[in-house]
Design a protein. Structure first.
Length: 355
């Protein structure tokens, strides 16, 4: 009885926090639409920006997972295991136990204090981080919770000079930066496959893969996949909210479709070439794609206690690395493909009373 009450209280608190996030999304939306349209959107569970981005109408609104459903309802699916997914360090440790390739974390930062993880580098101080860089290490400094590519920084040394996000920094500047952080972590940089490096070499160009379960057949499946590429605006991250570009991956074949830009997608036509490098991406096939899908579904089967995951995957020469899991992934990529148009996805969300 006590545990049930505690769960209900925690759930109400989570719902309230997510409601505030939804209000922030509405408040800071880059699109401005008439009040009449906003009211129409709100009554149907959508933020006003989403109506324009998705092209939502009365005729097709049932094919999208609404913003209300995404922010308020989908966080309930994974229950008590949701926090484990949202903590990058914890989640990668769980994945490693299933034999999955994950980044190695070397340091945790809380309230400006550095705590060493593992024994490879002595990263219990800014000096230790600088020393590790000069030993040849390349690192990513980022929040260990949250997403959106915010707060991601790349750190390494060139000829004994410290470089952060492509710019030379003094030791004092880097030390001040590290001790200003809270709830951050330092991980080793993963080398991506040559195809992704060729498209844009200054960011990790990841793939977001969303998996869920078909409860009729009792099997997990990949419902959609989106490839993200960094740009000069977003580097060292690839997130579209920071200026990155993205495209739909045809799940059966691994072939990339046309690129889109983030929040201005309603104003810019899809395109075939990366905006900075000019490399053509449309028609490319993701290397190792069949292996990525098959292995990820195997992991989903073993981790059935988290039935709904947005995986962030980096394809590498030998296979792939999972560097993040999302318990209620961002669904803005529905501009490429309405999620509920897939009968399996609709059945999954109905199973959890999401739609």
């Amino acid at each position: 009885m006590g545990r049930d009450l505690t769960d209900r209280i925690l759930a109400r608190g989570r719902d309230f926090r997510n409601f505030l996030r939804l209000l922030d999304y509405e408040r800071f939306a880059v699109y401005r639409v008439p009040l009449r349209t906003r009211l129409w959107a709100w009554r149907r569970g959508y933020a006003s920006a989403t109506i324009d981005r998705y092209g939502v109408t009365d005729e097709n609104k049932h094919t999208f997972v609404s913003d209300w459903a995404r922010y308020i309802r989908t966080p309930r699916i994974n229950g008590r295991f949701a926090p484990a997914l949202n903590n990058k360090i914890v989640f990668t440790r769980i994945l490693a136990s299933y034999g999955c390739d994950v980044p190695e974390y070397y340091c945790l930062i809380r309230d400006g204090r550095l705590y060493q993880i593992g024994s490879r580098y002595r990263m219990n101080s800014p000096e230790g981080v600088l020393s590790a860089c000069r030993e040849g290490g390349r690192f990513i400094v980022k929040p260990y919770c949250g997403g959106g590519g915010v707060g991601v920084n790349e750190l390494h040394a060139e000829d004994d000079r410290i470089v952060m996000n492509g710019e030379e920094r003094t030791d004092a500047e880097v030390s001040a930066f590290l001790t200003s952080l809270d709830d951050a972590a330092i991980a080793g940089r993963v080398e991506q496959h040559e195809y992704a490096r060729t498209v844009f070499p200054h960011s990790a160009n990841s793939i977001r893969i969303i998996t869920m379960w078909d409860y009729e057949k009792h099997v997990p499946f990949v419902v959609c996949a989106v490839h993200r590429f960094g740009t000069k605006r977003s580097m060292p991250a690839d997130n579209s909210g920071l200026g990155g570009v993205f495209c739909r991956i045809d799940v059966p074949t691994g072939v990339l479709e046309k690129l889109h830009v983030g929040r201005q997608v309603g104003d810019v036509e899809p395109f075939d070439h990366h905006p900075d490098t000019g490399v053509r991406t449309t028609g490319l096939t993701v290397p190792n794609w069949e292996f990525v899908k098959t292995r990820l579904v195997e992991i989903c089967r073993e981790m059935a206690y988290v039935p709904y995951v947005g995986w962030d995957v980096l394809v590498t020469e030998p296979g792939f690395t999972v560097f993040e899991g999302n318990s209620y992934p961002h669904l803005g990529y529905q501009i490429l493909e309405p999620l509920l148009a897939d009968p399996r996805a609709r059945a999954f969300f109905k199973h959890y009373d999401i739609v």
